[in-house]
Design a protein around this ligand. Sequence first.
Ligand code: SF4
Length: 283
Amino acid sequence: MSNNKQVFLCAINNILSGTCAEDCRFCTQSVRYHADIERYNYKNIDQIVQEAKVAKAHGALGYCLVTAGKGLDDKKVDFVARAARAIKKEIEGLNLIACNGTANKEQLTYLKEHGLDSYNHNLETSERYYTDICKTHAWSERYETCENVKSVGLALCSGGIFGMGETTEDRDALLNSIASLSPESTPLNFYHPNPALPIKTRNIELNEAINIIKKARILLGDDKLLMVAGGRELLFSGQENLMFEAGANAMVIGNYLTTEGIDASSDKKMLDTLGYKVAISCD
Ligand code: SF4
């Protein structure tokens, strides 16, 4: 994979939104915190395909099908597989990612058989700090899902969120845990506070975010995708060059799960101004 002045774009589609019973203190999709977001069950598959076409037209190489909830069940696995099949049938050249929470090997194998290339499951934060931000499930389950992804031969996408009140040691521990899984791609998110959520503020500054990207690049190696995802617009707006110079080579375009991002044409202009090309292939 050549990273020289190329940036890989990834888009997210929230195909089942805001209906999660878990208590992750950073997440607007938990029903416990009554955040003012759009909540819906299974999105129409034709609509998902149309939205994937738009993302592809904007230069997305990665396309991620996200469902709220702790993990996969039979109904959800079938829905994601049908969405994946429909997208693959109509659109060529998209790296299809699923992000559906904890998953066992059987479920992941089923998704792979139906066209998924990659599975995203973030470790979110250090094992130590995770007990402070989520009481309804364990960090070890997250790690286990990542191991399951690798064992069935899907590409692993795993990262986390920074700025949720964790210490510098927690950040280092998270990066080391991610690196121990050797994921193909790693999204780095920077916490976006929402008044409804228990975590009220973001404890991360620009220079710290830059250091995290630098450390991640060293730990993960040069041949992996290192993506700046949620919170990019809060920390790097107008100075995106800093994240690429620190080692990022990928970013999320369009909206995030429940927050608005930057429109794709502005991002393309930004990349052009900085002298980066949009990558057209993962090879
Ligand atoms: S399990 Fe996932 S969707 Fe549910 S509250 Fe936690 S992060 Fe949000």
